[in-house]
Design a protein around this ligand. Structure first.
Ligand code: CDP
Length: 218
């Protein structure tokens, strides 16, 4: 079978990474969490106190990213947990809106995917990174449900947060991601939308596995 590319896009907390991990294991695909790459740039910006985001490009040579399985390394350091903190989450969307950041990461995402069957999750996979993807899925859910899921994730990690702050962050990120000039978050015309608000993880996975099998059979 030829290399198969699945683009899984959608807003924060719609379930992309949970679903992508399961699908990648079931179908033996490489999984690329593109949001983690934007989060690594955001962590670098935070740690190096770069206040002027327009200067980010001058720092690119000092940002070395490595992905090994599900672990993320920034300049050789495992930052898999740090990139998920509320502090990084707060600054990631404005940084992701910067053109040179997107160009650098999109290039890297294409390189990583070269010659492989891959499921990528993000905001612009079906529209920009792989407009010819074999299958495009757009996951959505109500903002309240997405905030509830994100709060549960924080609670499991022992990070203290409250529902209204998490909901406000999600709405703020949705707004920035959807209205930015460079590759805004939007459903590709040929993407299949799945509303996960009332669905279990298994139901979403089964739904997508069905779609994959149908595509492969075409
Ligand atoms: O997991 P969550 O949905 O909270 O976010 P994420 O997928 O880790 O992405 C974090 C942020 O990175 C998003 O809010 C976007 O601003 C940005 N992002 C992007 O611009 N393009 C992508 N392909 C992936 C993420």
């Amino acid at each position: 079978m030829k290399n198969f590319i699945i683009a899984l896009d959608g807003p924060a907390g719609s379930g992309k990474s949970t679903i992508a991990k399961i699908i990648s294991k079931r179908m033996n695909l490489t999984y690329l969490d593109t949001g983690a790459m934007y989060r690594m740039v955001a962590l670098y910006v935070k740690e190096n106190r770069i206040d002027d985001y327009s200067a980010i490009e001058t720092h690119f040579n000092n940002i070395d990213m490595d992905i090994v399985g599900e672990r993320f390394f920034l300049n050789g350091r495992d930052v898999s947990e740090e990139i998920r903190t509320p502090e990084v989450t707060k600054i990631v969307s404005p940084i992701s809106a910067i053109k040179c950041v997107r160009e650098k990461l999109v290039k890297r995402q294409r390189e990583i995917s070269e010659g492989k069957s891959v499921i990528l999750d993000g905001r612009d996979i079906g529209t920009v990174v792989f407009p010819n993807a074999d299958l495009k899925i757009f996951l959505v859910a109500s903002s309240e449900e997405r905030a509830k899921r994100r709060l549960e994730e924080y609670q499991k990690k022992g990070i203290a947060q409250n529902f209204s702050d998490v909901l406000a962050d999600i709405k703020q990120r949705d707004y920035i991601d959807m209205t930015r000039k460079e590759s805004p978050l939007k459903k590709a015309d040929d993407a299949i939308e799945i509303d996960t608000t009332k669905l279990s993880i298994d139901e979403v996975v089964d739904n997508i596995l069905d779609l994959i099998n149908r595509k492969v059979g075409e």
